[in-house]
Design a protein around this ligand. Structure first.
Ligand SMILES: [Zn+2]
Length: 325
């Protein structure tokens, strides 16, 4: 009798456990079910943008070719902002370098203007700055035209839109008249700080240091993404379709897959800059800024709201930048 009773309870226990598992499974599938026709509803979007094409510093063929190849392999749309001065070798247009951009376009990636010589808006007259913008469009414009596309976007060097409100307005008018839309950035970050150290380590074939910088970089970038997600929710009430600034450097070439995974884990869909800018937030007024700030912060400053301090790179990285040879 005792034996029978214990078996009975055991059976009851098994049935209840199975039932619980069954209900939880159903709930899970209901929650993650595709909305219609297999399309999963997402609320997070990001557009990848790369500055200083073909490459900020060294390893140019390696950098541009790896970035092109990895974006293509993972179906991530992107736009690259070119400094056409980097397409010349000894004063002559270098066909090999132009071919990198052709490969980029043939991989269905877009190009924009980032001035000819990466001129600083605070370092020259506005007229010289404008001349450098126009000088920087010749080859990209032609390459896009050959593919039935138009050069649409301008990305300010150092994200500086003008030293004074008047010059910013003047430049905006100039850009509009020359057929440009400004390419804003919401996910602003200091990738270049990590990249400088990484390039030195790469030059030394110091794989331990390269790995250290790479891992720290990905951790830092995750903090940046989380930070601006929250800033966006607190300011706009929702997460803006984010625009990510990256530089064309060896660090991003080597860690692009890690970055893509970071966004995948946070359930982002990858979209083009065109699609990101359909978010109505990009119609907001952006405050003039002498610093390279996120547009989220510029929109807040335009409404007299205070900026939220951004996550910083680890102190150890800054220390290594001073010490590492
Ligand atoms: Zn740049």
């Amino acid at each position: 009798m005792y034996r029978y009773k214990s078996q009975h309870f055991f059976l009851q226990f098994v049935i209840l456990r199975s039932l619980k598992f069954f209900i939880l499974t159903i709930l899970f599938f209901l929650h993650s079910a595709p909305s219609h026709r297999g399309e999963i509803v997402r609320s997070r979007y990001v557009a990848f943008t790369f500055d200083d094409l073909p490459a900020t510093q060294g390893y140019a063929p390696y950098v541009i070719q790896n970035i092109t190849e990895k974006l293509t392999r993972h179906h991530v749309p992107a736009i690259g902002f070119v400094n056409e001065s980097k397409l010349y070798t000894d004063g002559l247009l270098d066909k090999t370098k132009v071919a990198w951009l052709e490969q980029w376009l043939n991989s269905n990636l877009d190009l924009g203007n980032h001035s000819y010589s990466h001129i600083g808006i605070d370092d020259v007259s506005l007229e010289d700055y404008k001349a450098d913008v126009l000088k920087g469009e010749k080859i990209s414009k032609q390459l896009l035209k050959e593919r039935g596309k138009t050069l649409t976007y301008y990305r300010h060097t150092q994200l500086r839109t003008g030293p004074t409100p008047e010059s910013k307005k003047d430049l905006q008018k100039f850009l509009r008249e020359n057929g440009y839309k400004v390419a804003p950035v919401t996910l602003d970050n200091n990738d270049y700080i990590f990249a400088n150290l990484y390039e030195k380590a790469k030059g030394n074939k110091d794989t331990v240091m390269m790995n250290y910088v790479g891992v720290e970089y990905l951790k830092y970038m995750e903090l940046i993404v989380k930070h601006f997600e929250q800033v966006s929710i607190d300011f706009l009430g929702y997460e803006v379709k984010q625009t990510l600034l990256l530089h064309a450097n060896a660090l991003n070439a080597d860690y692009l897959e890690g970055l893509i995974q970071l966004f995948q884990k946070r359930d982002y869909a990858f979209i083009s800059l065109d699609d990101a800018l359909k978010d109505p937030a990009y119609q907001l007024e952006d405050a003039p800024s002498k610093k390279g700030l996120s547009w989220l912060h510029r929109w807040m400053l335009a409404k007299n709201l205070e900026m939220r301090p951004e996550p910083l790179e680890p102190e150890r990285i800054n220390q290594l930048i001073k010490e590492y040879r």
